[in-house]
Design a binder for this molecule. Structure first.
Ligand SMILES: Nc1ncnc2c1ncn2[C@@H]1O[C@H](COP(=O)(O)OP(=O)(O)O)[C@@H](O)[C@H]1O
Ligand code: SF4
Ligand SMILES: [Mg+2]
Length: 357
């Protein structure tokens, strides 16, 4: 984590995306907003299907559309509106200004070309380098992401790389044109725990050295605990909580956030899980995006739901510091009772909760 003072890189506001038509329309994004500044890491956290990847694809201009449809909102990069921008402009920004890596590095790489060739293509076509010079730069990039013996490895094919090395190669490819923003969409989900930590360390180091903004998409709070400056929690195509990482862990304001924390192993004394408590998965399933419940979309799964929760949609709103010692400048949550939950804190569960354990 770092103290952050960089300029605003990305601003997403009230983003709305649907898939399909008629009564089966899936309301996938229902007013998503977040921002990323230079040099900071925003983690976007939520269960599978909450719209994390669709948001990233919309930012990058690679949304599958059709069938997807952007019905509202805005995506600004350094103040420039990207929704509706000229496709050629968007193509130019991809790689140069913003790049993305995916969970599945194997399917993102082309099996019939060497890894080096695929990295070199960017230097040839975007930087006008000769094939030979581009391969030299590709080897340097593999070395940068700590692939041992990069001079040899650059000539190998994706299947000759381990899962961790393929993800390193993807990172090399994403960093080739020195983007200002990197979106990593579940970059370590397919990897074992040791390799996960190494990849996170590499991303964090590159973010620091380049002053790059980093969006880390994950369903696993434990993975981002060490590196996120701020965390945006997504549920059913909305941001339901957003604040700095320290505040989120100590004073979750939304029962869904608390549920996510209680369903992952506690990584250390400061992050994830509730001390001494058994792991408790959130009951039930996320709603169908074609039939999002009235009122609070989380109410069918929420142990704290009361009548107002089924009637009134809680807007994402500023809830203020939960304790006098807390330095958070912003803490938003979309729950009618967020102030109360935040004040209770994650390490001081309510009496009722203690009794029910
Ligand atoms: N290509 C697509 N066609 C139809 N529906 C899609 C498509 N991509 C995403 N969706 C819908 O959007 C929802 C959210 O997807 P996604 O953003 O990938 O979730 P997450 O990344 O949070 O797991 C999915 O549950 C699905 O309903
Ligand atoms: S608004 Fe109600 S149902 Fe929704 S999270 Fe808060 S307490 Fe639970
Ligand atoms: Mg996804």
């Amino acid at each position: 984590m770092t103290a952050v003072s960089g300029a605003r890189l990305l601003e997403v506001d009230d983003l709305r995306v649907e898939f399909g038509r008629g009564p089966d329309t899936a309301h996938v994004l229902n007013g998503v907003g977040y921002h990323v500044d230079e040099g900071e890491t925003l983690a976007v956290l939520g269960e599978s299907g909450s719209g994390k990847s669709v948001t990233a694809q919309t930012i990058m201009g690679i949304l599958d559309a059709p069938p997807g449809r952007i019905t509202g909102g805005s995506v600004r990069f350094r103040g420039e509106e990207l929704l509706g921008a000229d496709p050629e402009r968007r193509r130019l920004l991809r790689g140069e200004s913003m790049a993305m890596i995916f969970q599945d590095a194997l399917s993102a790489l082309n099996p019939v070309y060497t890894v080096g060739f695929q990295i070199a293509e960017q230097f040839r076509f975007r930087r006008g380098m000769s094939r030979r010079d581009a391969m030299v730069r590709a080897a340097e990039m593999l070395d940068l992401v700590r692939i041992p013996n990069a001079q040899q490895r650059v000539k190998e094919y994706p299947h000759q790389f381990s899962g961790g090395m393929r993800q390193r190669a993807m990172i090399a490819m994403a960093l080739a044109l020195d983007p200002e923003l990197l979106i990593a969409d579940e970059p370590t989900t397919a990897l074992d725990v040791t390799v996960q930590a190494q990849i996170m360390e590499l991303l964090d180091e590159q973010r620091r050295e380049r002053g790059m903004g980093l969006i880390l998409i994950t369903h696993d709070l434990g993975v981002v605990a060490e590196v996120a400056d701020r965390i945006a929690v997504m549920y059913a195509g909305r941001i339901v909580e957003h604040t700095d990482a320290t505040t989120l862990y100590a004073h979750p304001g939304h029962p869904y956030t608390r549920g996510l924390m209680e369903s992952v192993p506690r990584v250390d004394s400061g992050a994830g899980g509730v001390a001494g408590a058994p792991l408790r998965p959130i009951p039930g399933l996320p709603p169908s995006l074609a039939a999002i419940p009235n009122g609070c979309p989380f109410h069918p799964r929420c142990a704290s739901a009361v009548d107002v929760c089924t009637d009134e949609v809680p807007p994402l709103r500023e809830i203020g510091p939960a304790s006098a010692t807390q330095h958070a400048t912003e803490h938003q949550a979309a729950c009618h009772f967020a102030e109360r939950f935040a004040a209770e804190g994650s390490d001081r569960p309510s009496t009722q909760e203690v009794v029910s354990r």
